[in-house]
Design a protein around this ligand. Structure first.
Ligand code: MSP
Length: 649
């Protein structure tokens, strides 16, 4: 590993549904730190991807009657759209169905087996399919629910390969003790230490009862446990076992960013796999908190899923990114609310930042015909020195906070500087200076300082936002493209060139009227409702007319005889009485009724259906029955004793 590299990862997400704001939260955080490190000149690798194997995905694909590969392909493409929309610049997107990844996962498994760390046994225990996690009786909650997601677990009994976690437990504890920065935040570190100290059982690392996974290389009856497959992505993505140089260039990773729900996998299983492979451990695993909504944990069944694409459409990606990193301290749980988002946009972005830019550029436009003024040293005052010093202090504190992934604190610090710069305008009163000819040089100095402050602010915002920094730089006449702005540039005062002009532009963040916004949401909901109703009406117009209905002749029939048709799985031959008349009807009810219980039943049939030959038997009429999607069926009967042959209308 060379000194100047930085390798950061997100979890790879399950492609079983669209991603929500919680997933965006993790990825935006990783993107922010990656962009910051790039600005600092690090050779940065930012990895994200999709975790596509496993029983959960296999079942979900089955439910919608799709081949699993096709199913995941479609969903993974929506992940990429979201990251583009959010301005997430990953360097590599790893899919676990990628052939190179699969091959290396097999080699990893083989290596662990050859080393004697994987052995064959029998697994008996509880399994949570949504989390793809094994649990011991002791770890389950009272009502046998998964301790992570609270859903029911399934009892699994099958032959399985096991990984000797226990062999490495002491070594892992020692590593955690000696590297306080390994698990962050501190509270989570203690939870993990307790977990290990309670004793580690060997981990079941293969499954036999489904196919959608990477085959165990030496036993094609088993697929490799999805977490071994998934965790390996962090090394297969940088060509472990394929390209030593590239691998060693980036490994060990600097930070794995994950939600607290999957910290156990990343700070216990993953390090132990790495130890068994004789590889160094990642320098840090950061387990951030949950993004909740006012109605609790984000979940499809609760119906509180916040769609980031909708938010981007309504508020723009920069506002969403800013809000996520500013509002919720990275590490603790936090609540998403649209009111809080709008309030941040109005106060921090439109008011503090937008006004600063607007006032500054307007004054340069008005007093200097847009030309960036020359600062005149002879007019320098203490207040200027204070502004500069505050700028450099801000950058230093910001840098420390970013290195600790304290995004909220870094932005708070930056906003103190934004407000301080606004105050500088009030302290220096340019509009008064502009009235006096002999203060023209002083006015130039003041406006130059304001533009410089804005250049530094735009640069420091670059890891957090996509378009805003570029727009600020464009408006203040800084010709450098944002990609060429290094962290070092921000620490120098006086980079703006006076031969350039400022360019007045639209407000970067227009204020949002909160009431108008929610009225709009309400109107849209009503519009959607009306459209739905219209659709329903259309469906209703497809209804049959009364006279059409009258054409169907429904009658009560009594079952005289019932006999299963041999060789048919479903069919029963019935002899029915309709008053004087007797007739034969063939019906597919074998799985729902014993023939004996049918005798004497008074049922309802369509009496005037064209005769048909079914399985070689003539059938005159059709039984009416109700069925549901659980595979249950119930014949229609009459609730009073009325003679057979009676008409139904
Ligand atoms: N596929 C596994 C991860 C394998 S990594 C080798 C997985 N995928 S997931 O799709 O369920 O995504 C989990 C991650 O999404 C969480 O760890 C967290 O980073 C993020 N989040 C999902 N919901 C979230 C919130 N409500 N709040 C914050 N983060 C959330 O687990």
């Amino acid at each position: 590993m060379s000194e100047n590299t930085f390798y950061v990862t997100t979890p790879i997400y399950y492609p079983n549904d669209k991603l929500h704001i919680g997933h965006a939260y993790t990825t935006v955080a990783a993107d922010t730190i990656a962009k910051f490190k790039k600005m600092q000149g690090y050779d940065t690798m930012f990895l994200t991807g999709s975790d596509e194997h496993g029983q959960k995905i296999e079942r979900e694909a089955e439910e919608v009657d799709k081949n699993p590969q096709k199913y995941v392909d479609e969903i993974v493409s929506t992940f990429k759209v979201l990251w583009d929309e959010l301005g997430v610049d990953y360097d590599y997107f790893l899919r676990t169905t990628n052939e190179d990844h699969e091959n290396t996962v097999q080699k990893i498994f083989q290596k662990l087996y050859d080393k004697g760390d994987i052995y064959k046994g029998k697994y008996e225990g509880w399994y949570c399919i949504p989390c793809e996690a094994f649990w011991t009786e002791r770890q389950l909650e009272e009502d046998q629910l998964c301790p992570d997601c609270g859903r029911p677990v399934e009892w699994v009994e099958e032959e399985s390969y096991f990984f000797k976690l226990s062999k490495y437990a002491d070594k892992l504890l020692e590593h955690i003790e000696n590297h306080p920065e390994f698990i962050k935040p501190e509270t989570r570190r203690n939870e993990m230490i307790n977990f290990i100290e309670e004793g580690l059982d060997d981990l079941s690392v293969s499954r036999k009862t489904f196919d959608w996974g990477v085959e165990v290389p030496f036993d094609d009856e088993h697929v490799i446990y999805v977490w071994i497959d998934a965790l390996s992505n962090y090394i297969t993505a940088i060509n472990y076992m394929e390209d030593k140089e590239e691998f060693e260039h980036f490994w060990p990773a600097d930070i794995h960013i994950v939600g607290k729900d999957i910290l156990r996998f990343h700070t216990i299983y993953w390090p132990i796999i790495l130890m068994a492979l004789d590889l160094p451990l990642p320098k840090q695993v950061f387990g951030h908190g949950w993004l909740l909504t006012e109605t609790g944990k984000i979940s499809k069944s609760v119906g509180n899923v916040v769609d980031p694409i909708k938010l981007i459409d309504d508020f723009g990606r920069d506002a969403i990114r800013y809000y996520l990193m500013r509002e919720i301290s990275f590490g603790t749980d936090g609540t998403y609310s649209t009111e809080a988002l709008i309030s941040r946009i109005n106060s921090d972005l439109a008011n503090d930042l937008g006004n600063l830019l607007n006032r500054t550029v307007s004054m340069v436009d008005q007093y200097f015909d847009s030309q960036i003024p020359e600062p005149d040293e002879s007019t320098f005052k203490e207040v200027d020195q204070d502004l500069k010093e505050t700028a450099f202090n801000t950058l230093n504190i910001y840098e420390q906070k970013m290195n600790d992934l304290k995004f909220t604190a870094a932005l708070e610090e930056l906003w103190n500087f934004v407000r301080r710069t606004n105050k500088y305008i009030d302290q220096t009163t340019p509009w008064i200076l502009a009235k006096e000819d002999d203060k023209y040089d002083r006015l130039g100095t003041v406006l130059y300082n304001l533009l410089e402050a804005l250049r530094i602010i735009a640069g420091a915002l670059n890891p957090f936002m996509e378009e805003t920094p570029v727009e600020i730089l464009r408006q203040i006449g800084y010709e450098n493209s944002i990609d060429n702005i290094s962290w070092g540039d921000l620490k120098e005062w006086g980079k703006l060139k006076t031969e350039n002009k400022v360019k007045k532009g639209e407000p970067i963040f227009p204020r949002i009227d909160i009431e108008e916004y929610f009225e709009g949401v309400q109107n849209n909901m009503e519009k959607e409702k009306t459209e739905e109703n219209e659709e329903l009406e259309e469906v209703e117009t497809n209804l049959v007319s009364f006279s059409d209905f009258q054409d169907v002749n429904l009658k009560v029939a009594k079952v005289l005889e019932a006999e299963e048709i041999e060789d048919s799985n479903k069919l029963v031959k019935l002899k029915l009485e309709l008053g004087e008349e007797e007739r034969q009807v063939i019906a597919g009810i074998k799985n729902y009724y014993d023939v004996d219980e049918l005798i004497e039943k008074k049922i309802v049939i369509v009496a005037n259906l064209e005769p048909a030959t079914i399985f070689g038997y003539e059938s005159n009429g059709m039984l009416l029955a109700a069925s549901n999607n659980k595979g249950e069926m119930s014949l229609l009967t009459v609730d009073k004793d009325i003679e057979s042959g009676s008409e139904i209308s």
